[in-house]
Design a protein around this ligand. Structure first.
Ligand code: 13P
Ligand code: SF4
Length: 359
Protein backbone atom coordinates (compact mmCIF):
# COMPACT_ATOMS: atom_id res chain seq x y z
CA UNK A 1 0.00 0.00 0.00
CA UNK A 2 1.30 3.46 -0.90
CA UNK A 3 0.38 6.60 0.93
CA UNK A 4 1.38 9.88 -0.68
CA UNK A 5 -0.02 13.21 0.38
CA UNK A 6 -1.23 15.69 -2.23
CA UNK A 7 1.43 18.38 -2.88
CA UNK A 8 -0.45 21.14 -1.03
CA UNK A 9 -0.03 19.13 2.21
CA UNK A 10 3.47 17.85 1.44
CA UNK A 11 4.85 21.24 0.65
CA UNK A 12 3.06 23.45 3.19
CA UNK A 13 5.16 25.12 5.87
CA UNK A 14 4.74 24.56 9.62
CA UNK A 15 2.89 27.85 10.16
CA UNK A 16 0.32 27.11 7.46
CA UNK A 17 -0.20 23.51 8.67
CA UNK A 18 -0.76 24.67 12.25
CA UNK A 19 -3.27 27.28 11.07
CA UNK A 20 -5.18 24.66 9.07
CA UNK A 21 -5.22 22.24 12.00
CA UNK A 22 -6.46 24.96 14.35
CA UNK A 23 -9.17 25.98 11.87
CA UNK A 24 -10.57 22.44 11.68
CA UNK A 25 -10.43 22.13 15.46
CA UNK A 26 -12.40 25.32 15.82
CA UNK A 27 -15.00 24.28 13.27
CA UNK A 28 -15.54 20.77 14.62
CA UNK A 29 -15.53 21.59 18.34
CA UNK A 30 -16.06 18.68 20.71
CA UNK A 31 -17.34 16.29 18.07
CA UNK A 32 -13.74 15.67 16.97
CA UNK A 33 -11.10 14.43 19.36
CA UNK A 34 -7.36 14.00 18.76
CA UNK A 35 -5.72 11.27 20.85
CA UNK A 36 -1.92 11.20 20.90
CA UNK A 37 0.52 8.67 22.29
CA UNK A 38 3.59 9.80 24.26
CA UNK A 39 5.93 8.75 21.41
CA UNK A 40 4.48 11.23 18.96
CA UNK A 41 6.58 14.12 17.74
CA UNK A 42 6.32 17.13 20.09
CA UNK A 43 4.64 19.26 17.41
CA UNK A 44 1.89 16.63 17.08
CA UNK A 45 1.46 16.15 20.85
CA UNK A 46 0.68 19.88 21.10
CA UNK A 47 -2.56 19.28 19.17
CA UNK A 48 -3.72 16.32 21.25
CA UNK A 49 -6.90 16.72 23.29
CA UNK A 50 -5.47 13.89 25.30
CA UNK A 51 -1.95 12.47 25.45
CA UNK A 52 -1.32 9.21 27.24
CA UNK A 53 0.14 5.73 27.39
CA UNK A 54 -1.65 2.96 25.56
CA UNK A 55 -3.78 2.05 28.61
CA UNK A 56 -4.95 5.62 29.18
CA UNK A 57 -5.69 6.09 25.48
CA UNK A 58 -7.90 2.97 25.47
CA UNK A 59 -9.65 4.14 28.63
CA UNK A 60 -10.16 7.58 27.09
CA UNK A 61 -11.61 6.09 23.89
CA UNK A 62 -14.00 3.99 25.99
CA UNK A 63 -15.31 6.95 27.96
CA UNK A 64 -15.68 9.69 25.35
CA UNK A 65 -19.11 11.26 25.17
CA UNK A 66 -20.43 13.18 22.17
CA UNK A 67 -17.35 12.49 20.05
CA UNK A 68 -18.13 11.54 16.45
CA UNK A 69 -14.61 11.42 15.06
CA UNK A 70 -11.40 10.33 16.79
CA UNK A 71 -8.13 11.10 15.04
CA UNK A 72 -5.62 8.70 16.52
CA UNK A 73 -1.97 9.79 16.50
CA UNK A 74 -0.32 6.53 17.46
CA UNK A 75 0.09 3.11 15.86
CA UNK A 76 -2.50 0.82 14.32
CA UNK A 77 -3.16 -1.52 17.26
CA UNK A 78 -3.99 1.51 19.43
CA UNK A 79 -6.48 2.89 16.90
CA UNK A 80 -7.98 -0.60 16.53
CA UNK A 81 -8.39 -0.86 20.31
CA UNK A 82 -10.11 2.56 20.32
CA UNK A 83 -12.54 1.30 17.69
CA UNK A 84 -13.25 -1.84 19.75
CA UNK A 85 -13.91 -0.12 23.08
CA UNK A 86 -15.80 2.94 21.80
CA UNK A 87 -19.32 3.16 23.17
CA UNK A 88 -20.99 5.38 20.58
CA UNK A 89 -20.87 5.53 16.79
CA UNK A 90 -17.60 7.44 16.60
CA UNK A 91 -15.30 6.70 13.70
CA UNK A 92 -11.55 6.35 14.24
CA UNK A 93 -9.04 7.67 11.71
CA UNK A 94 -5.26 7.55 11.55
CA UNK A 95 -3.24 10.31 9.87
CA UNK A 96 -0.92 7.67 8.37
CA UNK A 97 -2.37 4.27 7.43
CA UNK A 98 1.02 2.54 7.52
CA UNK A 99 1.89 3.37 11.13
CA UNK A 100 1.91 -0.19 12.49
CA UNK A 101 3.83 -1.93 15.25
CA UNK A 102 6.28 -4.63 14.09
CA UNK A 103 6.02 -6.41 17.44
CA UNK A 104 2.23 -6.69 17.12
CA UNK A 105 2.82 -8.43 13.79
CA UNK A 106 5.14 -11.02 15.33
CA UNK A 107 2.23 -13.17 16.49
CA UNK A 108 0.69 -14.58 13.34
CA UNK A 109 -2.69 -16.21 14.04
CA UNK A 110 -1.80 -19.43 12.24
CA UNK A 111 1.23 -19.85 14.49
CA UNK A 112 -0.77 -18.90 17.59
CA UNK A 113 -3.51 -21.42 16.78
CA UNK A 114 -0.91 -24.14 16.14
CA UNK A 115 0.71 -23.48 19.51
CA UNK A 116 -2.63 -23.57 21.32
CA UNK A 117 -3.66 -26.81 19.57
CA UNK A 118 -0.44 -28.37 20.75
CA UNK A 119 -1.25 -27.37 24.34
CA UNK A 120 -4.71 -28.92 23.81
CA UNK A 121 -3.10 -32.15 22.62
CA UNK A 122 -1.05 -32.21 25.85
CA UNK A 123 -4.25 -31.52 27.85
CA UNK A 124 -2.68 -28.31 29.12
CA UNK A 125 -4.87 -25.72 27.38
CA UNK A 126 -7.59 -25.99 30.05
CA UNK A 127 -5.00 -25.20 32.68
CA UNK A 128 -3.66 -22.17 30.77
CA UNK A 129 -5.01 -18.65 30.35
CA UNK A 130 -3.88 -16.50 27.41
CA UNK A 131 -2.82 -12.95 28.26
CA UNK A 132 -2.05 -10.66 25.33
CA UNK A 133 -0.24 -7.38 25.25
CA UNK A 134 -2.15 -4.39 23.95
CA UNK A 135 0.50 -4.35 21.19
CA UNK A 136 -1.29 -7.09 19.27
CA UNK A 137 -3.73 -7.47 16.41
CA UNK A 138 -7.49 -7.41 17.00
CA UNK A 139 -7.53 -11.09 15.95
CA UNK A 140 -5.14 -12.03 18.77
CA UNK A 141 -7.19 -9.99 21.23
CA UNK A 142 -10.29 -11.93 20.11
CA UNK A 143 -8.44 -15.27 20.44
CA UNK A 144 -7.55 -14.22 23.98
CA UNK A 145 -11.08 -13.16 24.94
CA UNK A 146 -12.60 -16.34 23.50
CA UNK A 147 -10.40 -18.40 25.85
CA UNK A 148 -11.16 -16.52 29.05
CA UNK A 149 -8.03 -14.37 28.87
CA UNK A 150 -7.38 -10.66 29.02
CA UNK A 151 -5.32 -7.87 27.54
CA UNK A 152 -2.70 -5.89 29.42
CA UNK A 153 -0.45 -2.95 28.76
CA UNK A 154 2.93 -2.17 30.27
CA UNK A 155 1.02 -0.22 32.94
CA UNK A 156 -0.88 -3.24 34.28
CA UNK A 157 0.93 -6.39 33.09
CA UNK A 158 1.78 -7.53 36.63
CA UNK A 159 -1.86 -7.08 37.71
CA UNK A 160 -3.04 -8.98 34.67
CA UNK A 161 -0.62 -11.83 35.41
CA UNK A 162 -1.83 -11.93 39.01
CA UNK A 163 -5.40 -12.17 37.74
CA UNK A 164 -4.33 -14.91 35.32
CA UNK A 165 -2.64 -16.98 38.03
CA UNK A 166 -5.66 -16.59 40.32
CA UNK A 167 -7.74 -18.28 37.64
CA UNK A 168 -5.41 -20.80 36.00
CA UNK A 169 -2.17 -22.56 36.74
CA UNK A 170 -0.33 -21.29 33.64
CA UNK A 171 -0.22 -18.15 31.50
CA UNK A 172 0.63 -18.02 27.79
CA UNK A 173 1.70 -14.43 27.11
CA UNK A 174 1.74 -12.94 23.59
CA UNK A 175 3.72 -11.38 21.87
CA UNK A 176 6.44 -9.59 23.92
CA UNK A 177 8.87 -12.00 25.56
CA UNK A 178 10.59 -9.18 27.47
CA UNK A 179 7.53 -7.57 29.04
CA UNK A 180 6.39 -11.11 29.83
CA UNK A 181 9.68 -12.11 31.46
CA UNK A 182 9.94 -8.83 33.39
CA UNK A 183 6.39 -9.21 34.72
CA UNK A 184 6.85 -12.90 35.62
CA UNK A 185 10.05 -12.07 37.50
CA UNK A 186 8.26 -9.31 39.44
CA UNK A 187 5.83 -11.99 40.60
CA UNK A 188 8.73 -14.13 41.80
CA UNK A 189 8.72 -16.79 39.08
CA UNK A 190 11.98 -18.75 38.84
CA UNK A 191 13.82 -19.04 35.50
CA UNK A 192 12.78 -22.70 35.13
CA UNK A 193 9.12 -21.67 35.51
CA UNK A 194 9.37 -19.41 32.44
CA UNK A 195 9.67 -20.96 28.95
CA UNK A 196 10.08 -19.26 25.59
CA UNK A 197 7.85 -20.53 22.78
CA UNK A 198 9.80 -20.01 19.55
CA UNK A 199 7.06 -20.12 16.91
CA UNK A 200 9.64 -20.78 14.17
CA UNK A 201 10.50 -24.16 15.69
CA UNK A 202 8.57 -27.40 15.86
CA UNK A 203 6.53 -27.47 19.12
CA UNK A 204 7.95 -24.08 20.03
CA UNK A 205 11.40 -25.63 20.46
CA UNK A 206 10.38 -26.91 23.89
CA UNK A 207 10.26 -30.40 25.36
CA UNK A 208 7.05 -31.70 26.85
CA UNK A 209 8.69 -31.59 30.30
CA UNK A 210 9.64 -27.92 29.86
CA UNK A 211 6.09 -26.99 28.85
CA UNK A 212 4.60 -28.94 31.74
CA UNK A 213 6.93 -27.31 34.23
CA UNK A 214 6.45 -23.76 32.91
CA UNK A 215 4.00 -21.50 34.71
CA UNK A 216 4.63 -18.78 32.16
CA UNK A 217 4.97 -19.46 28.44
CA UNK A 218 6.28 -16.50 26.47
CA UNK A 219 5.76 -15.94 22.78
CA UNK A 220 9.02 -15.09 21.06
CA UNK A 221 8.40 -11.48 20.08
CA UNK A 222 10.15 -8.24 20.88
CA UNK A 223 10.25 -4.50 20.24
CA UNK A 224 13.22 -3.57 18.04
CA UNK A 225 13.32 -0.13 19.67
CA UNK A 226 13.60 -1.28 23.28
CA UNK A 227 15.85 -4.30 22.75
CA UNK A 228 18.50 -1.86 21.54
CA UNK A 229 19.28 -0.93 25.13
CA UNK A 230 22.04 -3.05 26.65
CA UNK A 231 23.58 -3.30 30.14
CA UNK A 232 26.69 -1.55 28.75
CA UNK A 233 24.63 1.61 28.16
CA UNK A 234 23.69 1.69 31.85
CA UNK A 235 27.28 1.09 32.94
CA UNK A 236 28.48 3.93 30.69
CA UNK A 237 25.82 6.40 31.82
CA UNK A 238 26.52 5.64 35.51
CA UNK A 239 30.23 6.26 34.90
CA UNK A 240 29.40 9.58 33.24
CA UNK A 241 26.78 10.72 35.80
CA UNK A 242 27.38 8.93 39.14
CA UNK A 243 24.04 10.15 40.63
CA UNK A 244 21.94 9.36 37.57
CA UNK A 245 18.54 7.69 37.89
CA UNK A 246 18.04 5.19 35.08
CA UNK A 247 14.41 4.68 34.07
CA UNK A 248 13.42 2.23 31.34
CA UNK A 249 10.33 0.83 29.65
CA UNK A 250 9.55 -2.82 30.54
CA UNK A 251 9.81 -3.86 26.88
CA UNK A 252 13.57 -3.64 27.53
CA UNK A 253 15.63 -6.80 28.07
CA UNK A 254 15.35 -8.23 31.63
CA UNK A 255 19.10 -7.69 32.19
CA UNK A 256 18.56 -3.98 31.44
CA UNK A 257 15.48 -3.71 33.67
CA UNK A 258 17.48 -5.42 36.47
CA UNK A 259 20.15 -2.69 36.35
CA UNK A 260 17.71 0.23 36.10
CA UNK A 261 16.40 2.27 39.05
CA UNK A 262 12.85 1.92 37.80
CA UNK A 263 10.75 0.67 34.91
CA UNK A 264 7.24 1.33 33.76
CA UNK A 265 4.90 2.49 31.02
CA UNK A 266 5.37 5.73 29.12
CA UNK A 267 3.03 7.36 31.66
CA UNK A 268 5.28 6.15 34.48
CA UNK A 269 8.28 7.70 32.72
CA UNK A 270 6.46 11.01 32.24
CA UNK A 271 5.39 11.04 35.91
CA UNK A 272 8.89 10.14 37.07
CA UNK A 273 10.36 13.12 35.22
CA UNK A 274 7.64 15.44 36.55
CA UNK A 275 8.10 14.39 40.18
CA UNK A 276 11.91 14.20 40.32
CA UNK A 277 13.40 17.11 42.31
CA UNK A 278 15.10 19.92 40.38
CA UNK A 279 18.72 19.07 39.68
CA UNK A 280 18.06 15.31 39.19
CA UNK A 281 19.80 13.61 36.28
CA UNK A 282 17.56 11.05 34.58
CA UNK A 283 18.65 8.70 31.79
CA UNK A 284 15.67 7.23 29.96
CA UNK A 285 15.60 3.96 28.05
CA UNK A 286 12.72 4.40 25.66
CA UNK A 287 11.80 5.95 22.33
CA UNK A 288 13.73 9.13 21.61
CA UNK A 289 10.79 11.49 20.98
CA UNK A 290 9.52 11.02 24.52
CA UNK A 291 13.02 11.51 25.96
CA UNK A 292 13.50 14.74 23.99
CA UNK A 293 10.08 16.03 25.06
CA UNK A 294 10.92 15.37 28.73
CA UNK A 295 14.26 17.16 28.35
CA UNK A 296 12.45 20.21 26.93
CA UNK A 297 9.69 20.10 29.55
CA UNK A 298 12.10 20.02 32.52
CA UNK A 299 15.03 22.36 31.90
CA UNK A 300 15.72 22.36 35.68
CA UNK A 301 16.62 18.63 35.43
CA UNK A 302 19.11 16.86 33.20
CA UNK A 303 17.16 14.37 31.08
CA UNK A 304 19.31 12.32 28.72
CA UNK A 305 18.74 9.38 26.38
CA UNK A 306 20.14 6.15 27.83
CA UNK A 307 22.14 5.23 24.75
CA UNK A 308 23.08 8.77 23.76
CA UNK A 309 22.94 9.65 20.09
CA UNK A 310 22.12 6.04 19.29
CA UNK A 311 18.84 6.05 21.25
CA UNK A 312 16.34 4.58 18.81
CA UNK A 313 13.28 6.03 17.19
CA UNK A 314 10.01 4.21 16.55
CA UNK A 315 9.70 4.91 12.83
CA UNK A 316 6.07 3.94 12.82
CA UNK A 317 5.11 6.48 15.46
CA UNK A 318 7.29 8.96 13.58
CA UNK A 319 5.29 8.50 10.37
CA UNK A 320 2.67 10.86 11.78
CA UNK A 321 3.52 14.51 11.26
CA UNK A 322 1.83 17.87 10.90
CA UNK A 323 1.41 17.32 7.16
CA UNK A 324 -0.63 14.13 7.40
CA UNK A 325 -2.43 15.32 10.54
CA UNK A 326 -3.65 18.40 8.64
CA UNK A 327 -4.61 16.20 5.70
CA UNK A 328 -6.52 13.77 7.91
CA UNK A 329 -8.41 16.54 9.70
CA UNK A 330 -9.48 18.16 6.43
CA UNK A 331 -10.22 14.95 4.51
CA UNK A 332 -11.29 12.22 6.92
CA UNK A 333 -14.66 11.91 5.18
CA UNK A 334 -12.86 10.47 2.17
CA UNK A 335 -10.45 8.27 4.20
CA UNK A 336 -11.18 4.71 5.35
CA UNK A 337 -11.78 4.56 9.12
CA UNK A 338 -9.95 1.99 11.24
CA UNK A 339 -12.58 -0.69 11.75
CA UNK A 340 -12.63 -4.09 13.39
CA UNK A 341 -14.93 -6.73 11.93
CA UNK A 342 -17.93 -7.62 14.07
CA UNK A 343 -16.86 -11.29 14.18
CA UNK A 344 -13.62 -10.23 15.91
CA UNK A 345 -14.93 -7.31 17.92
CA UNK A 346 -17.05 -9.23 20.44
CA UNK A 347 -14.31 -11.47 21.88
CA UNK A 348 -11.67 -8.75 21.57
CA UNK A 349 -13.93 -6.42 23.57
CA UNK A 350 -14.38 -9.08 26.27
CA UNK A 351 -10.60 -9.29 26.69
CA UNK A 352 -10.16 -5.51 26.66
CA UNK A 353 -13.00 -4.91 29.11
CA UNK A 354 -11.40 -7.32 31.56
CA UNK A 355 -8.28 -5.18 31.44
CA UNK A 356 -10.22 -1.93 31.85
CA UNK A 357 -11.84 -3.25 35.02
CA UNK A 358 -8.65 -4.61 36.64
CA UNK A 359 -8.15 -2.87 39.97
P1 13P B 1 2.91 2.31 26.69
O1 13P B 1 1.74 1.41 26.91
O2 13P B 1 3.84 2.33 27.85
O3 13P B 1 2.46 3.65 26.26
O4 13P B 1 3.81 1.69 25.54
C1 13P B 1 3.36 1.41 24.28
C2 13P B 1 4.46 1.02 23.41
O5 13P B 1 4.24 0.74 22.26
C3 13P B 1 5.79 0.98 23.97
O6 13P B 1 6.69 0.63 22.99
FE1 SF4 C 1 5.77 -1.13 18.63
FE2 SF4 C 1 8.19 -0.79 19.73
FE3 SF4 C 1 7.09 1.19 18.31
FE4 SF4 C 1 6.12 0.53 20.73
S1 SF4 C 1 8.15 1.38 20.26
S2 SF4 C 1 4.93 0.94 18.87
S3 SF4 C 1 6.40 -1.71 20.68
S4 SF4 C 1 7.71 -0.84 17.54
Amino acid sequence: MNFTLPPQYREAGVGELCDRIRAVRKATGKKLCILTHHYQRPEVVVFGDFVGDSFELARQAASQKGVEVTVFCGVHFMAEAADIVKTGRQRVFMPHPLAGCPMADMADMEDVNRAWKYLESLKLADRTVPVSYMNSTAALKAFTGARGGLICTSANAVKAFRYGFENKEKIFFFPDENLGANSGRKLGLRPDEIALWDFRLDRGGLTRAQIEKARLLLWKGHCHVHTNFKPGHIERIRAQYPDVKVIVHPECLPEVVDLADGDGSTRYIVDYCAKAPAGTTIAIGTEINLVKRMALAYPDKTVVPLSGEKTPICFNMYRINLNNLAYCLENYESMPPVTVEDSVRKDALTALEKMLTLD
